[in-house]
Structure formats: C-alpha cells, structure tokens
Design a protein around this ligand. Structure first.
Ligand code: LCS
Length: 389
C-alpha cells in the first residue's frame, strides 16, 4: 500500500525491515565497499547501477534518506550530500558552464553568496543579485545567457520572502531552471515542487536533522535532473554523506511534523513578545502581519517556522551586549535544533560578507538571529527579557 500523508511518510518512507535480523528500521551500513559474486555481476552493477558498489556511489542508508526526503518534498528523486553547501555547489556546478549567467536573490546564505560572487566567475559564470521579493527585478535581469534562477525563502538571516509561484511562472516562460533553498521552511511548512519549482535544496544539518548532531544536504527534483547531478559532479567531486549521518538525519525526520508544529508555535509567541519590547527596534518574522512578505508567506507556507531576526536599539555593540547576557539561549551558529540558538549576524555568520553586500541583504549592525527551540516558550521569553533589560 502506498501512503501519501506527510506524517506517515516521514516515519515510513525509505525505511525497510532488515531481512537478516528483522530490525524494524534500516540498520547502519557502515561500509565503504560492497562485494559482488563474480566479474559479470560487478560489470552489471557498474553498467546499470543495480546494487551497491562503493559508498561514494551509493549506500543503503543514503538511499533510505533520499527516498524519505523525496517523498516529503513531493519530488521524483533526491540526492543526499555531505553538507548543505555540498548540495548547493554540486548542483550549481553541474548545471552551468562557462559563459552562463545566474539570477539570484541578493539575500542568500553567506556561503552560497560567496560561491556565486567569488568562485563561479573563476569558471566564467556570472551572477546578478537582485531583490527577488519583487519578481519584476528577476524578470528585468534575465539575459540571453541566463541559465537558472536561485532563490531562498524565507532567507537567512533577515527572513525576506519571495513569491515562489511568481518565480516559477517567469522562469518557465523564459525557459530557465528554478532553484530554491528550502532550509528555513522545511517541507512541513512549504512545498516548492507543488508550486512548480524545478529543484529544492536543503541544508539537512538544520530542521531536517533537528538535533544538531549531523551535517547533511539534499537536492530534490525530477528524476532525470537528479540523476544528472548524481552521476555527474557529485560522484566525482565526492561531497558524499556518511552512512551514519544519513541514518541520524533519517531518524530526525521521523519527528519532523511534531517538531515543526512546536517550532512554529514557539517562534510566533517569541516574535510577538519581542515586537512589544521597548528595546527592540524591529522584528523580522514572516508570521507577523507587519512583515512585508506576510501575505505571500501565508499563501505559500503552512506555518512560519522557527527562525526570526530582531534588531536591538543601539547597533553593533548593543547587539553583542544582548547576546552576551543570555543564559538559556545558546550563542552558536546554525539553526533548527531542539535548543534555542542565538547569533549576532554582523560579527559571526556574515563577517566574511562585505558591509555593502551585508546591508543589501538587510543585515544591519544590531541584527540578532534567533532559532527558537523546543523549550517552554515562557522560559525563552524570560531569558530574552532579562538580557534585553
Ligand atoms: N542554506 C542555508 C539557508 C543555510 O542556513 C546553510 C547553513 C546552508 C545552506 C549550508 O548548509 P551546511 O553546509 O552548513 O549544512 N547555515 C548556517 C548558519 O546560518 N549558521 O551556520 C550555518
């Protein structure tokens, strides 16, 4: 029987009972290489990809994770990678060639921005960064040699919202591939493939894993595109996820629904508290009606996820002082963990981005990013209150 509901798929998709022991979910196949009975069988595996050969080419735990993520995103296939950046880099490098052009959001995760702005030009690929919250900016930036459009919504760390449907429509009209980083939303809150987008990318290190204990990435889309990336750049560049990390992330995803419901609820409560606080200049959370992307977010998201940013009055020093005074919320990069993580963006995650690019991406000096965890929201609020005070 084929199950279709999200909660059921999160638990059952990709899992298989071990035929040798009856272990109910996929055991960990901590192996680099897989024996074949004869040279003919080896030749068959190499030629047609039937069975496993070498973990850089595939492994039962990686397959299990890929099947689970593809099912949740509603995509035909998925490639799981060692990190989110391995997914971003491998995908883009496979799809472009010298002379191509990319249109991208001017508020991408910092390493994705660096890849497009600093490294791709070395291979003759140029990127135009535009404010994709207005799709007209994308439309007017498309050139004859544009190959793909790359968006991130909600974006890291300032939570800008891009209209996925509008980007899909204009990409299709122009014959371009459309890509989205869906890390912040997760497939629980947002399903870009159902809105027509070609490829969905994740840092699985975040909410998909959910527990801050494994790095991973994923790209999901049509079978032929995923196969092209898998059999192309991925195998040769080698950004392969370890079987143990694939297993940990697959385990994390089993509770994705319950965790995301709680992340959504806690974050909304914390955002409302911060919005009322006299020391807070502004709160960036798409769940608040005052957010400029709220109406679009409401249209394309089930919930608004667990990450927000807020600006404290007093700029850079005040931002640092506030995070230093927190006791329950942990100062650390990353997001999507069970515990609340907090980070002063200008001095940490975005310190390598030029100040101009930072400002263009909405990252002001006093901006604090908060990944609201699964603790009791009253305890999180009390900690923020004492730190701001
Ligand atoms: N995409 C987004 C939206 C991200 O937030 C990150 C990492 C990545 C891609 C890359 O994923 P990774 O290779 O780390 O698995 N974001 C981080 C952050 O905000 N703080 O530390 C890492």
């Amino acid at each position: 029987m084929k199950y279709k509901k999200f909660d059921t798929l999160a638990i059952h998709a990709g899992e298989s009972t071990d035929p040798h022991t009856g272990a109910v979910d996929t055991p960990i196949y901590q192996a680099t290489t897989f024996a074949y009975e004869s040279a003919d069988e080896g030749a068959e595996r190499f030629a047609h990809g039937t069975g496993f050969v070498y973990t850089r080419w595939g492994n039962p735990n990686i397959s299990a994770l890929q099947e689970k993520i593809a099912a949740l995103e509603g995509g035909e296939a998925c490639l799981a990678t060692a990190t989110g950046m391995a997914a971003v880099a491998t995908t883009i490098l496979q799809l472009v060639q010298s002379g191509d052009h990319i249109v991208a959001s001017n508020y991408l995760y910092s390493a994705t921005n660096t890849l497009c702005a600093k490294y791709l030009p070395k291979f003759g690929v140029q990127t135009s960064f535009v404010d994709t919250s207005n799709p007209k900016n994308v439309e007017r930036t498309i050139q004859k040699n544009t190959k793909l459009v790359y968006i991130e919504t909600p974006s890291n760390p300032a939570l800008q919202i891009t209209d996925i449907k509008a980007i899909t429509t204009l990409s299709k009209q122009a014959g371009l591939l459309s890509l989205i980083d869906n890390t912040f939303a997760t497939p629980f809150n947002q399903k870009p493939i159902a809105l027509g987008l070609d490829l969905v990318i994740h840092s699985a290190t975040k909410f998909l894993c959910g527990h801050g204990d494994a790095m991973g990435g994923a790209v999901i889309g049509k079978k032929d595109l995923i196969e092209q990336i898998t059999k192309g750049m991925h195998r040769d560049l080698g950004g392969v996820i370890s079987p143990f990390n694939a297993w940990l992330i697959a385990r994390g995803i089993k509770t994705l629904s319950v965790r995301m419901e709680r992340h959504n609820r806690n974050a909304l409560e914390v955002a409302r508290f911060l919005q009322r606080h006299p020391k807070v200049e502004r709160v960036y959370y798409p769940g608040l009606p005052e957010h400029p992307g709220h109406e679009i977010a409401k249209k394309q998201m089930v919930g608004f996820s667990g990450v927000m940013s807020f600006e404290v009055k007093g700029g850079y020093e005040s931002g640092k002082r506030t995070v230093n005074a927190l006791k329950l919320c942990t100062q650390a990069v990353s997001l999507g963990d069970t515990r609340t993580l907090v980070c002063h963006s200008a001095s940490t995650t975005h310190s390598t981005v030029t100040p101009e690019a930072r400002r263009a991406g909405g990252i002001t000096d006093g901006l604090i990013r908060l990944s609201v965890g699964l603790e009791d929201p009253q305890d999180i609020i009390a900690d923020l209150d004492q730190a701001l005070g």
